[in-house]
Design a protein around this ligand. Structure first.
Ligand code: ATP
Length: 311
């Protein structure tokens, strides 16, 4: 079924309009239709130009207010490998919101994960954005969007995008967002192999790669403007033709299965297949739903994360 990203925040709420007790919502992940690294700030952060696309693969987040005076933040997650204390970005989002907005009540947060972790799909950032949005609705519904963006950025460069959702150009360290044309109607097959990739490692591997081969070898940088123009025209084949991720060079060199999945998706009829973010998730764009279904069916083992979504 075609998915309307923006209509899909809230799953359920309990309580009165003036006093919400509990909110359940969908925190959606993302893929990168394109990702370029253009330089580094003096503080070491990489400067990027990337096209971010929200995908209808989500974690279900429930936030319930505790009684007044009980200031705890209690978090549980259905995946034991995800930390459930202050190391969890969703926990930190609740903590930041309480401090910045002078909220005295604590909250109980329950996360049902579906977005694969350490996958290049911004799972942690999506959960943090989901908690901020839930806390806004529970405690301070009138907060302006700019204030929400500011809190989001304090949690991580991808969090403001996860709050906005849709198709955006992200620049700076990922926080400068500009709306671009929506992804035209298509099917996307998303495949996450059975291992994770650390984002800092991927950027470091890129730095080493560039040192080895020179900072600007011919044809190394993806044509991000080409993607923007193609989206503006609503041209899917042209969008797909420009899709590329500079992090794929060093990451796929270390993990060849990434290229193998891409070849599989292309042979199955994808217009294009590329790695998302720092990997290892790979996604392919299809116009033919039957081919997308077949590609999904034939790939990977039991432990692969696999999704087919429609735009
Ligand atoms: P990105 O695309 O933003 O680089 P990612 O998909 O590579 O993100 P995440 O899924 O956000 O990475 O998780 C990276 C690490 O962060 C995990 O190994 C996990 O231990 C930790 N983490 C903290 N909070 C969360 C959360 N709510 N969900 C998933 N991982 C979390």
């Amino acid at each position: 079924m075609r998915h309307e990203i923006n209509a899909a925040w809230i799953l359920r709420s309990y309580g009165k309009r003036s006093y919400m007790e509990e909110i359940r919502l969908r925190a959606c992940g993302k893929v990168n239709l394109g990702l370029d690294v253009t330089g580094r700030r003096p503080d070491g952060y990489h400067l990027v130009r990337m096209i971010m696309q929200t995908v209808p693969v989500w974690d279900e987040i429930t936030v319930r207010r505790l009684s007044e005076g009980d200031g705890r933040i209690l978090l549980s997650c259905d995946l034991p490998e995800i930390p459930s204390d202050e190391r969890n970005l969703a926990w930190r989002a609740a903590d930041l919101f309480r401090k910045e907005q002078n909220v005295t009540a604590g909250v109980q947060i329950m996360i049902r994960k579906q977005i694969p972790a350490a996958a290049g799909m911004a799972g942690g950032s999506a959960d943090a954005a989901g908690v901020l949005e839930a806390m806004r609705q529970l405690f301070v519904p009138e907060i302006p969007a700019e204030e929400m963006d500011r809190m989001a950025l304090r949690l991580g460069a991808d969090v403001p995008f996860c709050l906005r959702r849709g198709t955006y150009l992200a620049e700076g360290i990922g926080e400068k967002l500009t709306k671009v044309g929506d992804l035209p109607h298509c099917f996307m097959v998303i495949v996450k192999p059975d291992f994770g990739v650390s984002t800092p490692w991927a950027y470091q591997a890129l730095d080493e790669y560039l040192e080895q081969y020179g900072a600007d070898p011919e044809g190394l940088h993806p044509d991000i403007d080409g993607i923007i123009q193609a989206l503006q025209k609503g041209d899917l084949p042209e969008t797909a033709a420009h899709m590329e991720n500079i992090l794929e060079l060093p990451v796929a060199r270390e993990y060849p299965v990434i290229s193998e999945i891409e070849i599989h998706l292309m042979e199955a009829g994808a217009l294009k297949a590329v790695m998302s973010g720092s990997g290892p998730t790979v996604f392919g764009i299809f116009t033919d739903e039957k081919k997308a279904n077949k590609a999904l069916e034939q790939i990977g083992g039991e432990r692969y994360g696999k999704f087919k979504v429609e735009f």
